[in-house]
Write a protein that binds this ligand. Sequence first.
Ligand SMILES: [Zn+2]
Length: 486
Amino acid sequence: MRSAAAHSLRFVAVLCLFSAVPAGVFADTIYLKSGRKISATHVTQENGQVSYETPAGRFSFPASIVDRVTHDDSSSISTAGTSLDRAANLPIAPPSALATPSSDALASPAVRDGSINMDLLSKLESEASANPTPTAAARVVAAESAAAHFEISVGDFEQALAHYDVGLRFDPENEQLLLEDAYLHLKRSEYTAALNLLDRARPSDPDSAEIAKLSGWAYYGLNRTSDAVTQWKRAMELKPDEETRHALEKAERDAQVEIEYHEGETIHFRLKYNGGAAPELAEEVLKTLETEFNEISATLNYDPPEPIGVILYTNQTFMDITRAPSWSGALYDGRIRVPVEGLTSMTDELARVLKHELTHSFVSQKTGGRCPVWLQEGIAQYMEGKRSRINAESLTAAYENHMEFSPLSYETSWLNLPKDAASNAYAWSLAIVEMIVTVNGMDDLERILERLSAGSSTEDALRAVLHEDYSELMLSTVQFLRKAYL
Ligand SMILES: [Zn+2]
């Protein structure tokens, strides 16, 4: 049958879906006069304000500190949400003060002309250390919080967390700081850290809907589904809203099924499986995952901060619970979800599926949810061991016939793709990643992921590391395929 299908894409076995609305799909870049650069979407300019969207929310700056905005006009990108957002990317809004942080940051002397006044921050800090009055502490808190807000609005969560740390040293129970700090940790899949901060905030404000809502998110991320349900129910009692209602529904769907599930645990995984599945299989799955964890961790130079949730399903329950398209064979949406009906022991195919989904989990956490879907799928396929030999001829032919693949249009969710389009996208994604690893090396791939994690747009990250934009990347990929396989 080999020759008959030689010109069509043949992707054997299952397509493993990475389900997410990647937070980092940016079509525009805002350049501040201070030199800071912000990757954003939906940039608008009105009444002397430049407003834009980032993973952390919608922000605005006075136009006077903005140098210029560049638009990528191929922004036929849909960022519409789906019911399958991964845990780190639950569509939950930030605590209220974060809703409009940049304006208050700019009103503070701690942020001037689009950059942070570090001299002022250290001056306030040494004053408060030398003479620890509530007023001195309040000044530090206000300045650090403005600095954190500024960093969030330009997409640098790492720096923002450092500012919260300083603020909390001077006012350890400050609820607003604790909530905002927790929110950033949630965005970075650091659920235990988030939960600790929320637990510190709760005693002084036990009836806060915001604390309950964020706690539900942390528990959900930690795979403590019934605790998540409890917190989100409480949040709905205190102050109902749409996003909590959606999150609660999703968690309740999970909880309903998981109630009859058995559990298994290793250092890096929490596994749940249906009573019908063989316990030996569950054990083998955990063993395989632990081995694969070490391999991926060494290759991508990253250790996820929390145990990863894995759920084994019968095929029908998988479809019912995940509401995934019929072409998907497994799924990562914050948990690894794999249908295993009929299997009693580990197979090569299952081991590959597990490695594929586990890679999604690593990449997603390493980039804080900012990796575009085509790159996610390329890396996951590469790590599970797939190579482009089988597709080299049809991909290069398609390129020559100008039926070129445009990675930009495949940065966001693939959930609504028909099967053929999905197969094509998987094949190109693999080819691109295979080219990057072979020609440039795994280190470059890692550098790209690091740039994405720091808030860079995908094309900026490619330009910085590989010195290629999307169209040059496609050309390099085709050249690589010809050289390697044809
Ligand atoms: Zn996948």
